[in-house]
Design a protein around this ligand. Structure first.
Ligand code: XIL
Length: 466
């Protein structure tokens, strides 16, 4: 928990409480333009000037309601399969040397800008509003956007970053034992220069893995590969990554939720034809159920100070899949497996899906095990039949209610959004003649009403924080 000390230190001042306690937009102080640079270093923003290796492969759509509780974002991601256009490798492999980016993670350099979490008066950003209630407020970032000043300025609204793709297996280890850290490094350096913490995402996942991982056939091969990957990656970022998503999306959807890869036929499931999103996990299939315990134990050994999370989607409430995750992490805790928390992805919709009550119940039972809960990938699509103004209002209300579900529980420690502006979102699809508008900033990086659903809720919670 070492790094949370900073957040939990009494370094912030509650003088704004009076100004904000009456709530409502009329008393909200004016915020600075999120696209105009102000205080703060920007870090190493594309120092090499290389072309962008991270071309998004297209939006994933808004999904359907898989089981009456949330959407199912685990749908084919055209163009993003292993070896596709969304990996970080080309030109950055170890040993390419010379003028290109290298694998070496430069030593930590203390930021020269003032710490934004130490402030007087009203909060000027989401992160400052989060500081009032002792929560990290995060966003997914893309290394290829760090040379865009509008993007980096808006990114400084946040205190926590998750690389959207740059620390996935297909980005870091495209060939067995050949690691490519340059893009992940850039994100870590950007975070450090701007007083942000980093969530590493993700060590063991059935998706966005290179073809050679999917082609493995023996238990020994899989164990060796998993051990090497976790040890190298966590070791590389030791002391620089606050928390890791150690295992991602291990469970299947639906009422008979079970571990992916538990049925030998999973490998042949036609839904798996794109190599990404069927029920198969080569790790479960080849290693056995204990691959999850092993992954956490390896991660803890490689960096004893990093917080270790299990992360999944459609697990926000109390459906069969959420219950399966609860049972697993309860058993892990009982058996002394080193797990610190559960990430609820929260790819949700403005209307329908998990209720605030179900979410609260799930947060309560998970934190009751002594685990932290974080919202790890929050986005809220607008798709639906109601009038657009009404749907935007629903989105704001929904964001306020889920933010409150987090701030109501002291062990819900972070809320991370899956991107900054709508046009950067993986769920930025078309619906009902408009866009799905899933994030807090519009396509010009201006704050939307949705932003204030979060901001105002954090401020209100901060006023009540002793
Ligand atoms: C998504 C990224 O946002 C896309 O850019 C990429 O093409 C596919 O993956 N669950 C996760 C995230 O854990 O890693 C996924 O991110 C979204 C669903």
């Amino acid at each position: 928990m070492k790094n949370l000390d900073r957040l939990f230190a009494p370094a912030f001042i509650f003088s704004l409480i009076c100004a904000c306690s009456s709530g409502g937009e009329s008393t909200r102080p004016e915020l600075p333009d999120p696209t105009v640079g102000g205080a703060g270093a920007t870090g190493s923003e594309n120092p090499d000037g290389t072309a962008d290796p991270l071309t998004p492969g297209g939006p994933a759509g808004s999904g359907g309601s898989a089981n009456g509780e949330g959407v199912n974002p685990d749908i084919p991601l055209t163009g993003n399969t292993a070896g596709g256009g969304n990996t970080a490798g080309s030109g950055n492999t170890a040993g390419s040397g010379g003028s290109g980016p290298t694998n070496d993670l430069p030593a930590f350099v203390a930021p020269t800008s003032p710490d934004p979490d130490i402030f007087t008066g009203a909060p000027q950003s989401l992160r400052q509003a989060g500081t009032l209630t002792e929560r990290l407020i995060g966003t997914a970032v893309r290394a290829n956007r760090l040379n865009n000043e509008t993007y980096t300025t808006a990114a400084r609204e946040f205190s926590y970053v998750t690389p959207e793709n740059e620390m996935k297996w297909d980005a870091l280890e495209r060939e067995p034992g050949v690691f490519t850290f340059a893009n992940g490094n850039r994100i870590v350096q950007f975070a450090e220069a701007n007083h942000m913490l980093v969530k590493g995402h993700t060590l063991v996942w059935h998706s966005q893995i290179p073809a050679w991982v999917r082609a493995m056939t023996t238990r020994d091969e899989a164990l060796t590969a998993m051990e090497r990957h976790i040890t190298e990656v966590v070791g590389h970022y030791k002391g620089r990554v606050h928390a890791w998503d150690v295992v991602n999306e291990a469970f299947t959807d639906g009422n008979n939720s079970r571990l992916r890869g538990a049925d030998p036929n999973d490998v042949n499931d036609p839904n798996n034809s794109n190599g990404n999103n069927g029920p198969d996990s080569p790790f479960r299939r080849l290693i056995g159920e204990d691959y999850i315990d092993r992954a956490f134990t390896l991660a803890r050994a490689a960096d004893p100070d990093a917080l270790l999370f299990y992360n999944d989607f459609n697990t926000e409430g109390t459906n069969a899949k959420a219950n399966a995750v609860f049972n697993m992490v309860q058993s892990m805790k009982q058996r002394g497996v080193p797990i610190d928390g559960v990430g609820l992805q929260m790819h949700i919709n403005a209307s329908g899906g998990v209720t605030a009550q179900q979410l609260t119940q799930n947060i309560q039972r998970l934190t009751g095990l002594g685990l932290q809960v974080v919202f790890s990938e929050l986005d809220v699509t607008l798709c639906g039949n109601a009038d657009i103004a009404e749907r935007r209002q629903q989105q704001k209300t929904r964001l306020a209610e889920v933010t409150k579900a987090c701030t109501d529980n002291p062990l819900c420690t972070a809320i991370t959004f899956w991107g900054i502006a709508d046009n950067d979102s993986w769920r930025n699809s078309t619906c009902n003649g408009g866009g799905s508008e899933p994030l807090l900033f519009d396509t010009t990086y201006q704050r939307k009403d949705a932003y204030f659903g979060v901001f105002d809720t954090l401020v209100t919670a901060g006023a009540a924080t002793p």
